[in-house]
Design a protein around this ligand. Structure first.
Ligand code: NAD
Length: 435
């Protein structure tokens, strides 16, 4: 089935019309539609089995990022996020990129690393050599813990032995760590890898003569990367007020700034993660793991830098993202949470690698929207219009008055709660007078 992500006028429909449109587009109905768009996508009895001490569930707005095209395929992007403007921004940027052919991406094999730290091993070089010589034995043992993963084409790929300088200086014992790199296929893999880390520890102790304390995965999954790129001719960036080539220059300057300055890079990456986290939450991913991996990767050179870059190449603005992407389409809460199942069905995702490339593209689109506004008119104009609704809600407006007061706030140039209260009071007074 071909599904388009280009649904013009979607934001102008009311909530019920949007749900009907989505249902019709992707063939969701009944419980599945309810699980995706219903008031409560997670039944209490399932929530109670997912975590300890459950007392309820916590809701976030779920919206659709539109216009996303990756590797020639359209994706409706489910996004769970509390911040206004994120979904409008990603849809806007995806539309621009779509006109230029869409995003093109790829991912590496889904390799996650088990870390086993060895202590009290005596001679560091000897222990390292012994472990190195036993690589095949360790790898073979690792594969015995997950035969079904091996049957699916995954499993242990490589064993590495690392000797790191002691943090206290030369007087301390160097840190000896064994890495087992494991292909976790369509699983995020933390549990799978942790089982391996604990399983191979006794063998590592007996080979090295040392003692193992820590054995767990690394969230710096730098062998499990997703990449995406887009190439936009300058003229597509024209917005009637600014020339496309000037907007492209502003975006390039934003990239240079983030590449040179960690203070800017942190904010640049926060914008990238606005998109990545929102889709990660909606699709049941461990977004803390994705966040940890992204920021550690951003600092891999020794200085924190941006996850995306923007270059000017032959009359085009070229954006690139490369980010660790430990995501799954099985495992953890994914098969348990009905809303997550419906979100993955909405996306028609077939593998964790495919999902990772779409998530990276969403991050790049989100960043494009932010740096485009920052490098030209600034973000406040668009942001404030959307923020005004939250301000009106905070001031107590409900129903039709929310949009009305939001528009008045923007018009007044004062998007503030006090101003919204004032407007609400005068609307109530004139409503009372009319009655
Ligand atoms: P999991 O334990 O559910 O394992 C995945 C299961 O899916 C395995 O039983 C596997 O055999 C099965 N499977 C079915 N089809 C598969 C396929 N096509 N490819 C791969 N496996 C397939 O889940 P997991 O992914 O190992 O662990 C993820 C969970 O671990 C998340 O909930 C995460 O929050 C949690 N966690 C994270 C950390 C961390 O990031 N530091 C630490 C501990 C736990």
């Amino acid at each position: 089935m071909t599904v388009t992500s280009r649904i013009s006028g979607f934001h102008k429909l009311n909530l019920q019309q949007r749900r009907d449109r989505v249902a019709e587009l992707v063939g969701l109905e009944g419980e599945e539609l309810e699980a995706l768009c219903g008031r409560e996508s997670l039944p209490l009895e399932i929530a109670n089995l997912m975590i300890e001490n459950a007392i309820g569930t916590f809701s976030l707005p779920l919206g659709l990022g539109l216009n996303m095209r990756v590797n020639g395929r359209d994706y409706l992007v489910p996004m769970a996020v509390e911040e206004p403007s994120v979904i409008a921004a990603v849809s806007f940027a995806s539309k621009l990129v779509r006109e230029a052919g869409g995003f093109f991406g790829e991912s590496t094999d889904p390799i996650v690393t088990a870390q086993v730290q060895v202590t009290d091993y005596g001679d560091p070089n000897l222990a390292q050599q012994r472990l190195f010589a036993a690589r095949d034995e360790i790898r073979a043992l690792a594969d015995t813990f997950h035969p079904s993963l091996v049957a699916r084409g995954g499993g242990a790929r490589e064993v590495e032995v690392r000797l790191l300088p002691a943090p206290e200086g030369p007087s301390g014992e160097p840190i000896l760590v064994v890495h087992v790199h494991i292909d976790t296929r369509d699983a995020m893999g933390a549990n799978l890898v942790n089982t391996v880390a604990e399983g191979v520890a006794p063998l590592i102790e007996s080979i090295s003569g040392g003692r193992v304390f820590l054995r767990i995965l690394s969230n710096l999954t730098d062998r499990r990367l997703a990449r995406s790129t887009c190439r936009i001719p300058f003229h597509l960036l024209d917005d009637g007020e600014w020339r496309g080539s000037d907007i492209a220059k502003g975006i390039h300057q934003a990239s240079r700034f983030a590449e040179a300055d960690p203070y800017r890079a942190a904010t640049h990456n926060k914008g990238v993660m606005n998109g990545i986290d929102a889709i990660a939450i909606a699709t049941g991913q461990d977004w803390r793991a994705i966040e940890a991996g992204a920021h550690a990767y951003a600092a891999r050179s020794g200085r924190y830098g941006p996850l995306t870059t923007w270059r000017l190449e032959d009359g085009h603005l070229v954006g690139r993202i490369e980010v660790p992407m430990a995501v799954g389409t099985v495992g953890g809460p994914i098969k348990v949470h009905p809303g997550v199942q419906a979100a993955l069905k909405l996306m028609r995702i077939e593998s964790a690698r495919e999902l990772g490339v779409v998530i990276a593209s969403v991050g790049l689109a989100q960043n494009l929207a932010a740096v485009r506004a920052l490098g030209s008119i600034g973000i406040q104009r668009g942001h404030m219009a959307l923020h005004a609704r939250s301000v009106a809600l905070t001031a107590g407006a409900r129903g039709d008055w929310v949009e009305k007061i939001a528009a008045m706030l923007v018009e007044s140039g004062q998007v503030k709660v006090e101003k919204a209260r004032e407007l609400l009071a005068s609307l109530k007074a004139s409503d009372g007078a009319a009655a």
